[in-house]
Write a protein that binds this ligand. Sequence first.
Ligand code: ZN
Ligand code: ZN
Ligand code: ZN
Length: 370
Amino acid sequence: MRQFTADDYAARLERGAAHAREAGLDGLLVAPGPDLSYFIDYLPVATTERITLLVIPADGPPSMVVPILEHDSAEAALGARAVSLVDWSDGTDEYVPTAKLLSPDGRYGMSDSTWAMHLLGLQEKLPRARFTAMSKALPMLRAVKGDDEIERLAAAGAAADATFEQIIHVRFAGRTENDVAADLAALLREHGHSQVDFTVVGSGPNGANPHHEAGDRTIVDGDMVVLDFGGLKDGYGSDTTRTVHVGEPTPEERQVFEIVRQAQQEAFEAVAVGVPCQEIDRVARRVITDAGYGDRFIHRVGHGIGLTTHEPPYMVEGEEHPIEAGMCFSIEPGIYLPERFGVRIEDIVVATADGGRRLNDTSRELQLVE
Ligand code: ZN
Ligand code: ZN
Ligand code: ZN
C-alpha cells in the first residue's frame, strides 16, 4: 500500500482552500480530529485543553497554532509539508496568536471536533467574525475519496468480510451477545483493524432496536441475530451488517429477510454518478413499503465512510447532492419488528463511472448458525 506523501497532503490543503472559496468562507479552522488527519495527518499525543488549530486561509499559505511544548513533535510529524507553526506558551493568552491569523470580519468554517471553549475564546477575541460548522458549510469536503483512500476502504471491507466468514462458525446458541461481540472484536483485530468502533449483536427481540449494541442476553435456538461491526484499518473504516439465524427460520423470518435483501440489492443497483443521494434511500424504502413494512424501516439507508465510520454523504431523504465518482457510503436497509426480531443488511459501496462497486461482498443469503 502506497503511503500518502507531502504532495498528497498539499493537494488536500489546496482542496480545502478551494472548498472554502466556493462556500464564501475566508478560511477553515481545523482542530485535532478526522479533518486534521485528512489535511496533514497530525494527531497530537494527547488532545488536551491547550489549543492546537490549523488555519487554512481561502487564499494564502496554511499555518498551525500549537502549544510550544508540542512544537517539536508537530514539526517532526509535518516533515516536508508546507505548514508554518505558530507557537504559544502556557501563561499567555492562547487565543491571541490564532486571532492574529484571522480577519476580524471574516467567515470561517470550523471543524466539528473543535472544543466549544476554543470557539468561545476566539469569538471573544473576534466579536465580528462568524464561525460555521464545517460539516454544515462543506459537507462534501472529504466525501469524494481518492484511489489510495478507496484501496484502504476496500482492505478494511475485506477484513470485515473475513471476520464474518469466521463468525458464522462460532457457537451462538447458549452464549451471550457479549461473548459473540468479543469474538467479533478479536477477529477484526486479527484481520488488521487497529480500532474497533462497534460490535452490535442484536439477538431475538434486541435485533428490533437498531441502537442495541450487545448485552448479557443468552442467544437461543430460533433467534434472528443482527451483527453490525466495524472500525479502522490503516486509518480507514469498515462497517458491515449481516443478519444470521440460529437454527431453522420460520417462513415469516425468511420472508422479512428476503424483503430486506431485495431492498438492499435494488438500492445498490440504483447507485450511479449524478443520482441524488436521497434516491438510494427512496429505492430501498419503496421495496420495503410495497411489502407492507414501511413504518418498520426507521432510519436513513446509508452514510459516508472514510477516516471515520459515519460521515457525509448521507443517503437520506432531503439530501439532493448528486453522487460523485469516488464517494463511499453504506447501504443498510432494515426491518424492525418490536419485541420480536430485526433484519438489516449493510455493505459499503463506492460509486464509479460504471455504477456501484461493493467493498463488502460476503453472501447476502440468510446464513444459518448453531
Ligand atoms: Zn427464528
Ligand atoms: Zn453498520
Ligand atoms: Zn453503517
